[in-house]
Design a binder for this molecule. Structure first.
Ligand SMILES: [Zn+2]
Ligand SMILES: [Zn+2]
Ligand SMILES: [Zn+2]
Length: 222
């Protein structure tokens, strides 16, 4: 039993080392900065499918093999670029990033009543929990999302069959010590940091641990 656990951990560590080396290489090849806002912290950068179709492409090549696929195909530049998570996630949600000067025009935000209601819930919940990213302080609501402090969001949603987390939080009177607001950059890098730490710690590690301070220091140093 102990043995298996050891092998499993070693395998995971080797896999992560391979992946993080490859990611470093990819970030280098694609120019080291977010092509939208210029963010250069490598932890916050990800590959964007310039003309969309990311989901379809990931389905074709597999979600975990995009980086190896890029390498194998000689790092194509026609449809791939670096974006930070903030720019990438908002592009995914709204079709373009709020940094785009035509963002408002391109986005008739309340397209349907349902979308508008969801948005209203989100604004209320984000305001309740402080209205800005807990880690970096960004306060543009378009970049903000709710985060399960213990990183058990997926499990929570599954167990409680939650479709709309903002509605759930409202209905449950804004539980304390369970959520915080993060921007997509901090949210995504936090889950990456979780993956890069000892798997046994990943359940209990809370925002404020050593990995996080190292990350914050790297941001301050920039
Ligand atoms: Zn960006
Ligand atoms: Zn942007
Ligand atoms: Zn942030």
């Amino acid at each position: 039993m102990e043995m298996n656990q050891d092998i499993l951990i070693r395998k995971r560590i080797n896999g992560r080392k391979f992946y993080s080396r490859l990611k470093k290489e990819i970030i280098q090849v694609y120019g080291c900065i977010c092509q939208c806002c210029g963010e250069s912290n490598p932890t916050l950068l990800t590959i964007d499918h310039i003309n969309g179709g990311g989901d379809k492409h990931r389905k074709e090549v597999g979600s975990h093999v995009l980086y190896p696929w890029l390498k194998k195909n000689g790092y194509p530049k026609d449809n791939f670029q670096l974006l930070c998570w903030n720019c990438n996630c908002t592009k995914g949600h709204f079709g373009c990033c709020p940094h785009d000067p035509d963002f408002e025009i391109k986005n008739t935000i309340s397209k349907t009543n349902d979308a508008f209601r969801k948005r209203k819930n989100k604004i209320e919940v984000i305001d309740h929990y402080g209205g800005k990213c807990f880690n970096c302080g960004i306060n543009n609501i378009l970049f903000l999302t709710i985060h399960h402090i213990n990183n058990d969001g997926a499990q929570h949603r599954r167990e409680m069959k939650i479709r709309d987390i903002y509605q759930w939080v409202k209905r449950n009177n804004f539980p304390e010590d369970m959520f915080q607001i993060l921007c997509y950059n901090c949210n995504c890098s936090k889950s990456i940091l979780f993956k890069n730490t000892d798997i046994n710690r990943s359940k209990t590690l809370v925002w404020g641990g050593t990995d996080e301070s190292a990350y914050r220091d790297s941001r301050i140093a920039r």
